[in-house]
Design a protein around this ligand. Structure first.
Ligand SMILES: Nc1ncnc2c1ncn2[C@@H]1O[C@H](COP(=O)(O)OP(=O)(O)OP(=O)(O)O)[C@@H](O)[C@H]1O
Length: 258
């Protein structure tokens, strides 16, 4: 489904921050990127989403989705691609929700940008997606501002929006790190549910090896812009042979809750 080949990324004229990164993700597969701060994890998923910050660019390699290179996409192609085939959630979905507009009107507008539906139909679709994320009182949530919701609720709203068009791949950048342990567990379980329900693949960036262990089929360890280790979660967590992976495991509390 997603194939990243020999990807290198640079900001301005600095040395590359990601070098020769390779990864294939199959439909329904969950892969985590772990590694110390600054190792290039976020840059990889932002490149896949076509959302590198100003000054950032792919200097080598290719990113293919369904066999097609996305790097040459026009603005319109990116607009179509994002949301319908690939979607992203962030550390705090509140930051991508406009604080001065109610959730419902933003959700409705987002749906109408992608699909020709009446406002009423789009509103109902939005509300249904919130219900699917296990939120209660969805009518009230549609009528609320982001600041009126808890972090966990905002995160579920973010996932609901990201999943509206049932993308094949969800990119998640630290989706639980701003949440308390109980809410983290709920969000993790909802993300796992996406694979059951929609067969969604997930590429997850996390500092939390507990979350990576619980969710992932495969874990990739990055350091200084390069992959230093990768394997299925049992290999990484129980029998790592790589010294850096061992150090990383030793320095992070492993499981929080389940
Ligand atoms: N907008 C930017 N301009 C210049 N350099 C940047 C920019 N964004 C990231 N970098 C640099 O790129 C490198 C990789 O950053 P990136 O955010 O991808 O790493 P990360 O592993 O996701 O880190 P973290 O876990 O702290 O989010 C870092 O050295 C960072 O300083």
């Amino acid at each position: 489904m997603l194939s990243i080949e020999n990807l290198s990324i640079q900001y301005q004229k600095s040395a590359p921050v990601v070098e020769k990164f390779n990864l294939d993700i199959e439909p329904g597969e969950i892969v985590s990127l772990v590694g110390e701060s600054g190792s290039g994890k976020t840059s990889v998923i932002r490149a896949v989403m076509g959302l590198l910050p100003t000054g950032g660019r792919v200097i080598q390699g290719d990113i293919r989705f369904g066999g097609e290179s996305v790097l040459g996409y026009s603005k319109e192609q990116w607009r179509q691609f994002r949301g319908s085939q690939i979607s992203m959630i962030f550390q705090d979905s509140g930051t991508m929700i406009n604080p001065v507009r109610k959730i419902g009107s933003q959700f409705m507008e987002y749906i109408c940008q992608h699909e020709k539906l009446s406002k009423k139909e789009a509103w109902e679709r939005g509300q249904l997606m919130l219900e699917k994320m296990g939120l209660s009182g969805c009518e009230n949530i549609m009528d609320s501002y982001a600041f009126e919701l808890s972090g966990g609720m905002r995160q579920r709203v973010g996932i609901a929006m990201a999943m509206t068009f049932q993308p094949q791949l969800l990119l998640a950048d630290e989706p639980t790190s701003a949440l308390d342990a109980t809410t983290q567990a709920q969000i993790v379980s909802h993300m796992m549910g996406l694979r059951e329900e929609f067969h969604t693949g997930i590429l997850l960036v996390t500092h939390n090896l507990g979350v990576a262990a619980y969710m992932s089929d495969r874990i990739i360890v990055m350091k200084g812009g390069r992959i230093v280790d990768m394997g299925d979660r049992d290999y990484i967590l129980k029998h790592p042979s790589n010294e850096y992976t061992k150090k990383l495991l030793g320095s992070v509390p492993i499981l929080e809750g389940q």
